[in-house]
Design a protein around this ligand. Structure first.
Ligand SMILES: Nc1ncnc2c1ncn2[C@@H]1O[C@H](COP(=O)(O)OP(=O)(O)O)[C@@H](O)[C@H]1O
Ligand SMILES: [Mg+2]
Length: 273
């Protein structure tokens, strides 16, 4: 059994079936991305995987245990900062550290928060409120907060989707460094609208079909050593091939207007030599 297992997951809101028969297995320490068009149910899928909401059908297990309520040992980053506006950047991170490590004395909590703010280049901005920070800086705080709880599982919902291209590239680099530095490495499930971003960061990429009743595609493995650089991704043959495969898949799926036929079990798309 894999570390994270979604089996037969479905979700219906009122009369609208958003997800149908979603199956996904993620190994411990693996970085998996899901790409898909907007409105296809990506956020719904991430919320079900993390236990924030429950599916209408199917089951989610993390570490063999059924997920009930927000998964223990997990952290989540949304697109829109989700910082508490009345607290400083440092206090936002401290609050999360305190609830993850309730036995830690205040001093240690503060040091942990400061350390992670430093790792995302905000060592000097801890006293600032979210309203005093740029969008990129706020999202850095959200990422520092997620890593500061030393999560075993990290859920990312289009974490850089609201940022300009340059800031986005910088934050991708910081995410790579944080992931590399973490011991043991967190298992990551990321939603992104950028195929390039998925290729840069992931071990495997899956596409969520067009809704309603969307299902996941087979997996596209990214067989490139990590950490990867944006420059390399532009020219590397394997990177280009995966990017083309995923993009073609999404385009076909949108053009055909039909749903992805859900594989019975998650399978790997053969990559031609
Ligand atoms: N709480 C909710 N109640 C009713 N419908 C919802 C709710 N959340 C999402 N939806 C609908 O489900 C579909 C998928 O939404 P979402 O998961 O946010 O998609 P994505 O993240 O891919 O853009 C959309 O049509 C959206 O309007
Ligand atoms: Mg979404």
């Amino acid at each position: 059994m894999s570390f994270i297992e979604l089996s037969g997951v479905g979700k219906t809101y009122a009369a609208r079936e958003v997800l149908r028969n979603v199956n996904l297995s993620i190994e411990e320490g693996e970085f998996v991305s899901i790409v898909g068009t907007s409105g296809s149910g990506k956020t719904t899928l991430l919320k079900i995987a993390s236990g924030l909401i429950s599916g209408s059908e199917g089951e989610v297990r993390i570490g063999g245990q059924p997920v009930e309520g927000f998964a223990r040992g997990a952290a989540i980053v949304f697109q829109n900062y989700s910082l508490l506006p009345w607290l400083s950047a440092a206090a936002n991170v401290e609050l999360a550290v305190e609830s993850a490590f309730p036995e830690w004395p205040k001093q240690r909590v503060a040091e942990q928060a400061q350390r992670y703010l430093g790792l995302v280049g905000l060592g000097a901005a801890g006293a600032k409120r979210p309203s005093q920070l740029s969008g990129g800086m706020r999202q850095r705080v959200a990422i520092a907060r997620a890593f500061a709880v030393e999560p075993s599982v990290l859920f990312l919902d289009e974490p850089f989707g609201a940022l300009d291209a340059l800031t986005r590239a910088t934050l991708q680099g910081e995410l790579i460094k944080l992931c590399e530095a973490q011991q043991p490495r967190a298992t990551v499930l990321m939603i992104t609208n950028s195929v390039d971003e998925a290729v840069l960061l992931s071990d495997r990429i899956l596409a969520l079909g067009r809704g309603p009743a969307a299902s996941l595609s087979s997996a596209f493995p990214v067989k490139l050593p990590k950490p990867r650089s944006t420059d390399l991704m532009l020219h590397d043959e394997e990177a280009v091939r995966v990017r083309v495969q995923v993009t073609e898949f999404l385009t076909e799926n949108a053009r055909a207007g039909n749903k992805i036929k859900a594989p019975r079990r998650e399978s790997i798309v053969p990559v031609e030599a």
